[in-house]
Design a protein. Structure first.
Length: 469
């Protein structure tokens, strides 16, 4: 009989143990964690151990067999513990994947840098914003997202160019100034901060005015057209917000400064926004919103005065429609819906508003506004879009639309009715690049007589975004 030395047997046993562990690692990579794979890993590991043991048992002495049995048993215990630990990790991973994603955060990453923008060619009639057939940088934004601690996230937006900023006087001289857009901290599942579980999200900082839902699809990469609706409710203001959902119902309440000054508020009265949403079916969403700007001031003799509200309406900020030295406010409500039609959709909106100030006599101004939007894909990458929107006010108000801002903000140019019909085509070159073309017809009536009919716009736009890093 051939008897192997102790050193050779121990060496072979160690090689067998290494092979056994390597097999377990390979199985962990290739066979996922379910009932069958769990027992598959253990069975293969045990079979390999048994084969190794049997191959040595025929040639080893009894004492050496005892030591080898002890070694293999120790290895089996280790493998069992590692296998159970791996199953727990894979179970936790599966549970985390089942949770809804928030703003695209990935667990392994603590910081995200992204960006988006648009550029294009813009041409309007003589009374429009671009009578000189201009090539323009329309949008350029950079974003930073970071996890501060579990369920707490920081977000910051740097605006290098926005469509609204490009219309300011200093941009015409090439003095384009970067500015802060949104900058806030989100505390998700706020009940956890007090020992509970779940709950709504609390936001504090500078963020978009959450009135209606068009503002969420306003950026070039999300907007199927180049222009926006005529009402186009939007704005960024400092404040606090609480939002969440219960079943199919979502809710939101926000308290913000209301005035146009960044980082300051010259009136103690605040802007209040309330929004409710419901999803009766998987392809139907309905919503209702209410907001008031709070009292705003336009006192010519004071530096610390609001002059403008932070809410964007009719393609300009809410402003004083009376004489100088005025305290004014506006309130709005709307109902809206969105029906998903495969990769397309049908969206609609109707609402009313009221402007008030402390001027003499009846200075109230009432608004009606509406939007109808249809997007229909032609192929996987190409689509068509139509949007019809309008604003009506018997008393007349400053409605810029696609017109010349300097002209349409004059007191004798208050508009009683303005309508816009936009037709567009889009082609998705990739998930990060979209080419769009649009023609928009504008028609309107002026309070003191006259028509607004030389503001039509043709535009081509290339919208892009940077992938997350």
């Amino acid at each position: 009989m051939i008897v192997f030395s102790r050193s050779r047997i121990w060496g072979a046993a160690m090689k067998c143990s290494i092979k056994q562990q390597a097999l377990v690692k390979w199985l962990n990579r290739t066979v996922r964690s379910d009932f069958l794979s769990k027992w598959c890993r253990r069975l293969c590991a045990s079979l390999l151990g048994a084969l190794c043991f049997s191959s040595f048992a025929a040639h080893a002495a009894p004492s050496e067999l005892d030591e080898l049995r002890a070694q293999i048993e120790a290895q089996r215990v280790i493998i069992e513990k590692l296998s159970e630990r791996l199953e727990r990790l894979e179970s936790n991973e599966s549970e985390s994947r089942a949770q809804p994603e928030v703003r695209g955060y990935i667990a392994e990453r603590e910081l995200h840098l992204t960006g988006e923008g648009a550029m294009g060619f813009y041409s309007t009639g003589d009374a429009g914003q671009h009578p000189n057939n201009e090539f323009l940088l329309d949008e350029a934004r950079a974003y930073v997202e970071a996890r501060v601690m579990p369920d707490t996230y920081f977000f910051a937006e740097l605006n290098m160019m926005t469509r609204e900023k490009s219309r300011e006087k200093n941009s015409h001289r090439g003095n384009i100034n970067m500015n802060i857009g949104e900058l806030y901290v989100d505390f998700e599942n706020v009940r956890q901060l007090f020992g509970g579980s779940g709950g709504p999200t609390f936001r504090v900082g500078r963020f978009e005015i959450p009135f209606g839902e068009e503002y969420m699809r306003r950026d070039a990469m999300k907007n199927p057209l180049v222009t926006h609706s005529l009402a186009d409710f939007w704005g960024i203001d400092e404040g606090i917000e609480l939002y969440g959902s219960v079943g199919a119902v979502s809710y939101l309440v926000a308290l913000q400064n209301g005035g146009h000054a960044v980082g300051r508020d010259f009136e103690s009265d605040k802007s209040i926004t309330v929004r409710l949403g419901v999803d009766p079916t998987s392809n139907l969403h309905l919503g209702a919103s209410y907001m008031t700007t709070g009292d705003l001031t336009n006192i010519q003799s004071r530096v610390d005065t609001d002059r403008l509200g932070e809410l964007w309406f009719g393609n300009y900020w809410i402003s004083d429609a009376g004489t100088a030295d005025t305290v004014f406010s506006s309130s709005f409500w709307l109902g809206e819906g969105r029906v998903s039609l495969g990769n397309g959709h049908l969206a609609f909106l109707y609402g009313q508003g009221l402007y008030e100030d402390n001027g003499e006599g009846d200075t109230d101004i009432e608004f009606d506004y509406y939007t109808l939007e249809v997007v229909q894909p032609f192929t996987e990458k190409a689509y068509g879009a139509l949007r019809w929107s309008g604003i009506e006010s018997d008393e007349g108000y400053y409605l810029v639309g696609l017109g010349n801002e300097d002209l349409n903000l004059e007191p004798d140019q208050k508009t009683t009715e303005l309508q816009q019909l936009s037709l567009g085509l889009g082609y998705r070159l990739s998930e990060s690049l979209i080419l769009k073309g649009e023609y928009a017809w504008i028609r309107g009536d002026i309070l003191e007589g006259g028509r607004r009919d030389d503001e039509n716009m043709f535009t081509l736009q290339l919208a892009y975004k940077f992938p997350q890093r």
